[in-house]
Design a protein around this ligand. Structure first.
Ligand SMILES: C[S@@+](CC[C@H](N)C(=O)[O-])C[C@H]1O[C@@H](n2cnc3c(N)ncnc32)[C@H](O)[C@@H]1O
Length: 297
C-alpha cells in the first residue's frame, strides 16, 4: 500500500525507507527534479534542538555489512556495480563502502524515477563527494555531470591543523542533454564605476551569471527559518536549485527530506513536490512548515 503521511493538492510526504517508498509509490520517469541530501557519513548521531522537535533524530554511522553489499551489487545497474567494486579496492570492506553501497541502491532508484529531461542534485561534503561522483559518473555518464557546486558558509568551529572546513559539495547531473536550465544571476558590488555597471543607493553593481561557488548563510541558531531539525539547509539554497532546474508545475522529489526545506521551496515557487523521510519527526516538522508556507501564499 502506498499511503502518504501527509498530502495536499501540491504534493505528498511519505514516511519510511526511501528505497522501499520509491519502489512502491513512484512511477518510472515521473519526476522532473531530484534534490537528495542524505547523511554524509560523518560518523555522528544527530539531535534536534528546537521548539518544534527535540531529541535524537538520525544516525550517520556506517558499519560493514557483507549481505547488504552483495544485495547492492545485484540490484545496481552494471556500470554502478562496477564502480562499487572499484571503490572496494580503495576503501576496503569498511563503513565507508557500506555507505556507498546504501547510496548506490537509492541512486539507482532515483535514476529510474527521473524523467529523461530531468536533473539530480546530490548534496554531500568533502568526506565522500569524490566517491559519490564516481558512482554518479557510472550511473549518468561522465559528460552528464553539469557542475560540482561549492556551497560556502560560515559556521562556528575550526581545526587548528588545517583550514576551516566550511563548504559542502552539490553534484549536479542531468539524465540527458535535453534538460531544463534557467540561468540564475547574482548581484556583484563594485567600488568604482565601470562599463555596464548600474547604480543604486548602495553604490555600483552588476547582476552577473551565477558561478558554481555559492555563498549562502547556513541556518544558524538565530535564523528565522530554523526549525531545530539537525542539518536543516537554507531555503535560499533550495530556491536557487529549483528555480534553475525546473518549471512551474514540475515535480520535485526530495528522498531525504528532513525538515522539508526543498518541499517548502518547491511550494513557494509553484512546483509540485514529493518528500520521503525515515523519521516520523522529520515528517511532522516538514508538514508544519508546508502548512505555514501554504497560508503565506
Ligand atoms: C541531512 S538530513 C536532510 C536535511 C534536509 N535537507 C533539511 O533541510 O532539513 C538527512 C535525512 O535523511 C533521512 N534518512 C536517512 N536515511 C534514510 C532512508 N533510508 N530513507 C529515508 N530517509 C532517510 C534522515 O532521517 C534525515 O532526516
Amino acid at each position: 500500500m502506498c499511503v502518504p503521511a501527509f498530502s495536499t493538492s501540491s504534493g505528498a510526504i511519505y514516511c519510511g525507507d526511501n528505497v522501499a517508498v520509491l519502489r512502491r509509490c513512484i512511477p518510472h520517469r515521473s519526476v522532473d527534479l531530484i534534490y537528495a541530501d542524505p547523511p554524509f557519513n560523518s560518523g555522528h548521531a544527530y539531535y534536534a534542538t528546537g521548539k518544534r522537535c527535540e531529541g535524537p533524530r538520525f544516525h550517520d554511522v556506517w558499519h560493514w555489512d557483507n549481505v547488504a553489499y552483495r544485495r547492492a551489487l545485484a540490484e545496481s545497474p552494471t556500470a554502478l556495480a562496477a564502480a562499487l567494486e572499484a571503490l572496494r579496492g580503495i576503501l576496503g570492506e569498511s563503513g565507508a563502502l557500506a555507505y556507498c553501497a546504501a547510496l548506490a541502491v537509492c541512486l539507482g532508484e532515483l535514476r529510474r524515477v527521473l524523467k529523461d529531461t530531468g536533473s539530480l542534485y546530490l548534496h554531500c561534503d568533502v568526506r565522500m563527494s569524490h566517491y559519490l561522483r564516481l558512482m554518479l559518473d557510472a550511473l549518468f555518464g561522465r559528460e552528464r555531470c553539469r557542475n560540482e557546486i561549492v556551497w560556502a558558509y560560515r559556521t562556528g568551529g575550526a581545526g587548528k591543523r588545517h583550514f576551516a572546513r566550511k563548504h559542502d559539495v552539490i553534484l549536479f547531473y542531468t539524465a540527458s542533454d535535453e534538460y531544463t536550465f534557467h540561468p540564475q544571476r547574482e548581484r556583484v558590488r563594485y567600488r568604482k564605476r565601470f562599463f555596464g555597471a548600474q547604480r543604486d543607493a548602495h553604490g555600483y553593481y552588476a547582476d552577473v551569471l551565477l558561478r558554481d561557488v555559492w555563498e549562502i548563510p547556513a541556518v544558524l541558531n538565530l535564523s528565522s527559518e530554523r526549525t531545530g531539525y539537525p542539518t536543516q539547509k537554507p531555503l535560499a539554497l533550495l530556491e536557487r536549485i529549483i528555480a534553475a532546474s525546473s518549471n512551474v508545475g514540475d515535480v520535485v522529489l526530495d528522498p531525504y527530506c528532513g525538515s522539508g526545506t526543498a518541499l517548502v521551496a518547491a511550494q513557494k515557487l509553484g512546483r509540485r513536490w514529493i518528500g520521503v523521510d525515515a523519521s516520523a519527526d522529520a515528517v511532522r516538522v516538514a508538514q508544519a512548515r508546508l502548512s505555514e508556507a501554504q497560508i503565506e501564499r
